[in-house]
Design a protein around this ligand. Sequence first.
Ligand code: CUA
Length: 343
Amino acid sequence: MTGRQRRTMTARTRARSAVLGCAALVAALATACQGEHPQSIVHPRGPAAAAIGGLWWFLAVLVVAVFVVTMTLLVMALRRPRDDADDGPPLGATRFVVVAGIVVPGIVLVGLLLASLGATVALRQPESSFTTVRIVGHQWWWHVEYPEFGIVTANELHVPVGEIIRLELTSADVVHSLWIPSLAGKIDLLPERQNEFWLQADEPGVYRGQCAEFCGVQHAHMALEVVALPRAEFDAWAARMAQEVRMPPSEPVARRGHDVFFAAGCAACHAIAGSEARARFGPDLTHLARRRMLAAATVPNGPAMLRRWIRTPQSIKPGNLMPPTPLTDEELDALVAFLLSRE
Ligand code: CUA
């Protein structure tokens, strides 16, 4: 095989690799576009996410186009027969370098800047909102409070569809970052500082959010869910959540669980409205039974998982700050019955 044939083979192999790489990228994108999308920037379900999603697609199409053009030029250069006679650069080479190396990249970069500025303008904090929700990041869960409704909960944000929700965010310990890709961008939660943000859901559904700033060993299990409801359902939820639950409960097993709750020291970290438990170190447990998930959207809520969480929380989220609670089976059953009676 001559040197020229070998170079042609190498160029073909590279061209084939580039085509296969592009095909794999398209296949990956097509796969990502199937099924449910509770946490996806390319399936926006609100105006802020739509602005970010539009910018993402613009960037993706542009960089793929730049990649394809660059690779085509590379392959053309590799396939060009070698000219051993050194008679200087070919005609028009300088103009090509100026246009392809300076003018076109300049236009592309200005286009990127304008698109980014457009998205930034679209993400500006609106002047009015339906309500304000206060979110405090903790290692590794989210305190969620609706001051205008008198609601305190954790790891779940209920919002009415089509309404702007203003968020006030801060942290109780280290830096966290709230990211709900289907509804909005990212915002940091900083200790001793309050950031503001907003989101709006255009369709009912459950959207998943995730802490987006490494904040310790259970950073990956610091998620939350946004439940977007039609306005009437949201109003019903808010009315139910603002109601006090009867304390202590009258039902005997739940009453026993209430006593276990205080005897086992749960009140040192958790709050239950209407009782002596007012601590804010762990999530508020007033309406725990109404929550879909436990341990910051790590496992589904229910008697079996709650039982396991109380007895051996480290088996679900190693390193989390909830200590194991040594209880007899009878005490544990009663405690679970008490907590899940808090609707
Ligand atoms: Cu909180 Cu990562």
